[in-house]
Design a protein around this ligand. Structure first.
Ligand code: ADP
Length: 609
């Protein structure tokens, strides 16, 4: 948190305002008060002086005009006693001057030498000339002392017979004023200290909740909503603190909701089977879920901040903004020589309401399997069409030949009809095989299991084929146990499996070749193998012979009347019995087909049918 300079803080400002206010108030009060008081005191002093002077003038007049006896003290003594005893004025010197401007008496002991001398005061002269009382504050040239001087004429029956001159120090008043000023200064200083203290306290009552709120706001910024601001009172700041606490609660709720939503979203993204990538408006990757990492084999750490087209390995000339216009999904082909790998990427832009595009969401979906199935479906349709077209074309051409006259040739017509019959039978076989496969695919084919002695089943098949091909010079060798080996099978279907395998062995066996039947009972299963001495199947085709319509040697297989579905059907049946079918072949030496069947398909499947 930024530290606030003390001199810029509200704390300091409040104290400064307080102190300045008090200072200004005290100054105004002080100046006004002392000025008024000073004026008042000076005026009082003057009034008293004038009063005293009037009284003195009257008494002096009485003394001057009094008729004196021999016993009476002379005028000078009477005025002396008058000045010293009756009008002893504090801090003042009083002089009485006769009409000739001669000083008759003075109250100042230090100044007694001026008695009998002419007064030098201009004011006295003016008074003797009959001017009304005249006063003024003067500063003593020697001592610097301020004093009020006053000269008043002494009149008797309208004639000036003398004057009274008073000098009275006003220093005491200014001294008192100085004391009062000192008191005021001390008072100001004390009130400033008290005010500063009160200012600190007041400032604290304001700044403490504000500081509290500041601290709380910082914690809220860091995601901690547990703290509450203390409410000190029901004033504006208290209400602000209340509102702040309310805001805190609402933010906390909003935070919990957002956090919940975020977790939900994160969990959805984590467990999604599709990959999700979010980018910013510049197409830089901001988020990538686990599935997207897996699909692209790119850890999100290394993908963060990189351009989306680069991570999706799209064309280098493609800019991220070009993807905004892709309304349809695009197919990303990551296939290599070993395996196919196809991803489908769909894009949707994130846009502010009526605003600019702020990002792009890309959803990745692994469509390898889907594409494979689609590809197989296309191939299947094409294969079926092809397989049907060949016999149909043959049929058509033979029928046309018959129509064109071959019908008249008995030998030719019967040969042609045999061909058409064979082709028709081949088509029927093909359609039957297809129907059987289709039933197996849709699980419509029900298997009727029975416990059958596999040795006798294999003997029967071998017997049948021996009978059928006795003219071809192919011999059968049997390594079949002489005792029964009971296996749970759907007999018809298992016979179909071995028919398909044995017929192939016969088809591809050279004249005079040997076909070996072998049945080996094992612990939980029986292993049957049919081995021939035919041309064999190339290594790269060995696993494909179980695929539909696959023929290792296309031309030969077709001439031999195969549909290309025999081993595919055999594999489906064996798997439905819980067994396996495998091929082993060496080019030029022969082929062995292995069929492994569990004794009991129920036990194999964990005791359940
Ligand atoms: P077909 O009806 O063409 O025989 P199959 O599904 O039974 O169809 O066999 C698939 C392909 O496997 C055959 O076309 C053939 O090329 C090859 N094949 C199967 N059995 C043998 C075998 N015993 N010897 C050589 N090739 C075989």
């Amino acid at each position: 948190m930024k530290v606030i300079d003390f001199f810029k803080s509200i704390h300091f400002k409040l104290i400064a305002i307080y102190v300045l206010l008090i200072l200004i108030a005290m100054q105004i009060i002080g100046v006004y008060f002392t000025q008024q008081l000073e004026d008042q005191l000076i005026n009082n002093h003057r009034d008293t002086m004038i009063e005293q002077s009037n009284l003195l003038a009257y008494n002096v007049e009485q003394e001057m005009t009094e008729t004196r006896d021999e016993d009476d003290p002379d005028l000078s003594s009477s005025i002396d006693s008058l000045l010293n005893e009756i009008f002893p004025l504090e801090n003042s010197e009083v002089q009485v001057i006769d009409e000739n401007q001669v000083v008759l008496s003075t109250s100042s002991v230090n100044n007694s030498h001026i008695v009998g001398q002419l007064s030098t005061e201009a004011r006295v002269k003016r008074a003797l000339l009959g001017h009304p009382p005249d006063d003024e504050i003067l500063r003593d040239a020697e001592t610097g002392e301020r004093k009020r001087v006053l000269a008043q004429p002494v009149e008797s029956d309208g004639t000036v017979i003398g004057a009274v001159y008073i000098e009275s120090s006003v220093e005491q008043i200014f001294g008192e004023m100085q004391d009062i000023n000192n008191i005021l200064l001390t008072g100001t200083a004390m009130s400033l200290v008290i005010t500063a203290f009160l200012g600190i306290m007041l400032a604290r009552t304001i700044t403490r909740p504000i500081g509290d709120m500041r601290k709380q706001a910082k914690m809220m910024g860091e995601g901690d909503y547990s703290r509450r601001v203390r409410v000190y009172g029901n004033d504006e700041i208290g209400q602000l603190a209340d509102s702040f606490n309310e805001l805190n609660m609402k933010l906390k709720d909003a935070h919990i909701t957002t956090e919940g939503e975020r977790k939900k979203l994160s969990s959805v993204l984590t467990h999604m089977t599709d990959g999700v990538i979010a980018t910013d408006e510049l197409g830089r990757i901001m988020l990538m879920n686990n599935r997207a990492e897996e699909l692209l084999s790119t850890p999100s750490d290394s993908a963060m901040g990189r351009s989306l087209p680069e991570v999706l390995r799209l064309s280098e000339s493609l800019r991220p903004s070009d993807l905004y216009d892709y309304s349809e999904a695009i197919l990303l082909d990551f296939s290599d020589e070993e395996q196919d790998y196809l991803l489908e990427a769909s894009f949707s832009v994130i846009r502010n309401v009526d605003g600019p595009i702020t990002g792009l969401i890309t959803v990745l979906h692994d469509v390898t399997e889907q594409e494979k199935i689609e590809q197989e479906r296309r191939e299947f349709v094409s294969n079926v069409s092809h397989e049907l077209r060949t016999p149909l074309t043959t049929l058509k051409s033979y029928l046309e030949a018959l129509e064109d006259g071959a019908m008249d040739n008995k030998e030719l017509s019967s040969r042609f009809l045999r061909v058409t019959q064979n082709e028709t039978e081949r088509m029927i076989r093909l359609v039957n095989d297809l129907l059987q496969l289709s039933r197996m695919d849709s699980n419509d084919q029900e298997l009727y299991f029975e416990t059958k002695d596999m040795s006798s089943v294999l003997h029967e098949i071998a017997d049948r084929y021996e009978m059928m091909i006795k003219d071809q010079g192919i011999s059968f060798v049997r390594h079949i146990p002489g005792h029964p080996v009971y296996v749970d099978v759907d007999t018809d279907k298992i016979i179909q499996v071995f028919d398909n395998i044995v017929s192939n062995a016969v088809k591809y066996s050279p004249d005079g070749g040997t076909i070996r039947f072998r049945a080996t009972p094992e612990e939980k299963q029986i292993r049957v193998s049919i081995e021939d001495e035919g041309a064999g199947i190339p290594k790269e085709s060995q696993q494909k012979v179980f695929e539909r319509f696959y023929r290792a040697d296309k031309a030969r297989a077709r001439t031999l009347g195969g549909t290309g579905l025999g081993l595919a059907i055999a594999k489906e049946i064996v798997q439905a019995h819980g067994g396996q079918i495998e091929v082993e072949s060496e080019m030029g030496q022969g082929t062995t087909l292995y069929v492994v069947l569990p004794y009991s398909v129920y036990k194999q499947a964990g005791g359940e049918a």
